[in-house]
Ligand binder design. Structure first.
Ligand code: CUA
Length: 348
C-alpha cells in the first residue's frame, strides 16, 4: 500500500541501540508491574464471578488496544521508512476511511455490546430466601445488617466489615444516609453507587475463601480515602455460624479493668451514639459495637483492632480520621482510656 508523503520533520531517526535497550527495559518494567496486579484489592486477581467477567472484559480491551497500537505504530514506521515518497491519494483516502472511521466504529460497537451484555448479570438479584446483606454508607463508615432470612425478621447488626459465603449468590441492598458513596469490592464484583433516598442492588457471588479489601469509590468528603473495609469470604456453614453468633448480646466483662471500662462507657454517654446489644447502650447513630472486638480493623480500615488501636481511636479520633463525626476523648486520663479500650476490645 502506498501512502501520502510525510513531511521530513516527522521522519523519526533510526532507533539507536541505546534506545532499543531502554525500550526493552520499559517492557520488562511493564511486565513486572503487571505481575504485581495481585493482592486483596485487585480487579485482575478475581475471587468472584462478576469480578472474573470484568477482568475478562479488561483483558480483551487491553489486548485490543495493544493490537491497534502495534498496527498504528507499524503503519507509521512503514510510511516514514519504507515508503517515504509520495503515495496514491485514493489509497490514502481509503486508509483514512477504514482505519479512522469503519474499524474504530466496529471495534467500539463490539466492546459496547460485550460490556452491556454483562450488566444484567452483574445486578441480578440473589435467590429467593437467600442471604441478604444491607449496607448503608455513612460519613465515613459502613453500616452492615445481615439477614439470613431464617427465621424471617432476625438480623445481625455489624459495621465496617463484610463477610460473605463462598459459592453463594448474595443480594446486597445499598443505601446512603448522607452523600453519595460507592460500594466496591474489586476482587469480588463491580462497584455500585449508594444514593441518598434510593436503594440500589448488587448481586454478588464470591468464589474463593480468603480476606479481601473493599473501598468507597466515590469522593464523599474529607475522609473518603479512609473509608475501606475488610471482606472475609467464608465457607457457607462457617458464615452462617458467624452471623448467628453476631445476633447474640454482648458478653459481660469479667476482668476488673474491663468492668471499669463498661462503667466509663455508660458515664461518658457513649451509648447515646453506639449500641451494645444486651446493655442499656442503644444509640443508633454510630457503628454497632456489640461484637466490635471481633472485627479485623477499627475506624473502617484505619487502625488495627487492638487495645492500643482503641486507645488511639478514642483519644485522637479526628487526627486518625479528619472529618469524622465522633468527638475525640483526648481529655481522658491514661488509665480510663486503657479501661475503655480493654472493655471494647473484649466485645468479641
Ligand atoms: Cu464514602 Cu467516598
Amino acid at each position: 500500500m502506498r501512502l501520502l508523503r510525510l513531511s521530513p520533520v516527522t521522519r523519526a531517526p533510526a532507533l539507536a541501540p541505546r534506545s532499543a535497550v531502554r525500550a526493552a527495559l520499559a517492557m520488562a518494567a511493564l511486565a513486572l508491574a503487571c505481575a504485581a496486579c495481585d493482592g486483596p484489592q485487585s480487579t485482575l486477581s478475581p475471587a468472584g464471578i462478576s469480578a472474573a467477567r470484568i477482568a475478562a472484559l479488561w483483558w480483551w480491551m487491553a489486548g485490543g488496544a495493544l493490537l491497534i497500537w502495534a498496527l498504528v505504530v507499524g503503519l507509521a514506521l512503514y510510511a516514514a521508512r519504507a515508503h517515504p515518497e509520495p503515495g496514491d491519494e485514493r489509497a490514502a483516502r481509503r486508509l483514512i476511511l477504514y482505519g479512522g472511521a469503519v474499524i474504530p466504529t466496529v471495534v467500539l460497537a463490539a466492546l459496547l455490546s460485550y460490556g452491556l451484555a454483562l450488566m444484567p448479570e452483574l445486578t441480578e438479584p440473589g435467590p429467593e430466601g437467600g442471604v441478604r446483606i444491607h449496607v448503608q454508607g455513612e460519613e465515613f463508615w459502613w453500616r452492615v445488617v445481615y439477614d439470613l432470612q431464617e427465621p424471617a425478621g432476625t438480623v445481625a447488626l455489624s459495621a465496617n466489615e463484610i463477610r460473605l459465603p463462598a459459592g453463594e449468590r448474595v443480594e446486597l441492598t445499598l443505601t446512603s444516609n448522607d452523600v453519595i458513596h460507592s460500594f466496591w469490592i474489586p476482587s469480588v464484583a463491580g462497584k455500585m453507587d449508594m444514593i441518598p433516598g434510593r436503594t440500589t442492588r448488587l448481586g454478588i457471588e464470591a468464589t474463593d475463601t480468603g480476606t479481601y479489601r473493599g473501598t468507597c469509590a466515590e469522593f464523599c468528603g474529607e475522609a473518603h480515602a479512609l473509608m475501606s473495609f475488610p471482606v472475609v469470604v467464608m465457607e457457607p456453614d462457617a458464615f452462617r455460624g458467624w452471623v448467628r453468633a453476631r445476633r447474640a448480646p454482648a458478653r459481660d466483662p469479667v476482668e476488673p479493668i474491663a468492668r471499669r471500662g463498661r462503667e466509663l462507657f455508660e458515664l461518658l454517654g457513649c451509648g447515646a451514639c453506639h449500641r451494645v446489644g444486651g446493655t442499656r447502650a442503644g444509640g443508633p447513630v454510630g457503628p454497632d459495637l456489640t461484637h466490635v472486638g471481633s472485627r479485623l480493623t477499627l475506624g473502617a480500615g484505619v487502625l488495627p483492632n487492638t487495645v492500643s488501636g482503641f486507645e488511639r481511636w478514642i483519644a485522637a479520633t479526628d487526627e486518625v480520621k479528619p472529618g469524622v463525626h465522633m468527638p475525640a476523648f483526648g481529655m481522658l486520663p491514661a488509665e480510663d482510656l486503657r479501661a475503655l479500650a480493654t472493655y471494647l476490645e473484649g466485645l468479641r
